[in-house]
Design a binder for this molecule. Sequence first.
Ligand SMILES: C[S@@+](CC[C@H](N)C(=O)[O-])C[C@H]1O[C@@H](n2cnc3c(N)ncnc32)[C@H](O)[C@@H]1O
Length: 402
Amino acid sequence: MEVAPNAYPKKMNSTYEDEEEKKHFQRIVSAFKYYKPHSLQRVKKTERYLLSLPPHHQKLLTKYREHLVDVKRCIENNDEIIKLIIKDVTHIFENVSPTSSSTDSVRPVSMTLSHRPIMADQEKVQATIKQLVRDWSTEGTEERRTCYQPIIDEIISKFPLEHCTPADIRILVPGAGLGRLAYEIARRGYTCQGNEFSLFMLFASHFVLNKCRSINSFKVHPWVHQYMNNLQPEHQTQEVYFPDVNPSDLPENAQFSMAAGDFLEVYTEENHWDCVATCFFIDCANNVVQFIETIYKILKPGGIWINLGPLLYHFSDMPMEESIEPSYSEVRDVIRGLGFQIEKEETHVKTRYAQNVNSMLQYEYNSVYFVCQKPKRPTTSTEQPMSQSNGSETNGLQEQEN
Ligand SMILES: C[S@@+](CC[C@H](N)C(=O)[O-])C[C@H]1O[C@@H](n2cnc3c(N)ncnc32)[C@H](O)[C@@H]1O
């Protein structure tokens, strides 16, 4: 089945916004195109320094020099995948005309982008490659078991396949990344929509979901940009094959879509979803309360919100960005204050995110997992939801290390 992202929500008469969207689209295409020269520049800098070292040092580093040649080969291989990812991206949105977002009109990158945005965008290109491992490779199995499986299990227990018509159950996955969680939910028969606003992710998920037709038919070198903390040179150049499943192997009648755009702008219809599943998402908000409030509104009465992840507030300390960073116990007060009933809660859930398991540096999150329900009947003014946590259930919360 074709999984076409819907286009960004458009406002009438907003030529300025259309122009901005076009520029944004072109900037992301440019970032992908700039991947190879940017990445090769980095290796060449090291090679130049290596060649300036005393000859006997160079001799001792012969293997390392050969390794750098191998790193360049891996970058070339990654670039082949990137070319496939951005091929035809002008057509991926259902209602955006190709002429309005042509990749051909992208001017040479070095002309169009200033230094700082290039750096930030290059990190996102690299993060997109690593996300392929998390979502669509055998190497990502363990991360998906700890991050996605608890959510899938909860959905199945709340909406048992033998007691409902799964296609009638509408499940939304905001911040869907490369779409694996949403895909897994749809594969089980539920109607599932992934939502994502990053074009890096949308281009790559479109490639996986619509262009990859056989198992492990492509490979990337996800850790090739990690120059530090390698035990062996092969750990930097390691190849990872994807996709570990055939993404087109969905039941014929599967209801699966990806919607492009800002979660807060796209989802305004109240009482629509039976379940909202968020994984490593709620901390992507400037104002986490706005995310939770939106989730509450769009859920049907009796609807379920399942969440797993840390509170690595993405906008915290970002230049030109506003952010609040309430602790989990404060977020919990907000959840209850808005009217949710917390049904399940677990802290210290060990989770990882796009981790290189061979690296000498490992990040692990003590994530929180919770399930809450929007009350079946609206709360009246005399039974306002509690805005105070009783505190006891959050005892023992530990600060997470990012
Ligand atoms: C940390 S990633 C998690 C991706 C995926 N859920 C996973 O666990 O691998 C968060 C994702 O949410 C997306 N995102 C952040 N804010 C968003 C918003 N307001 N609307 C839609 N997507 C958003 C980001 O682009 C990113 O892909």
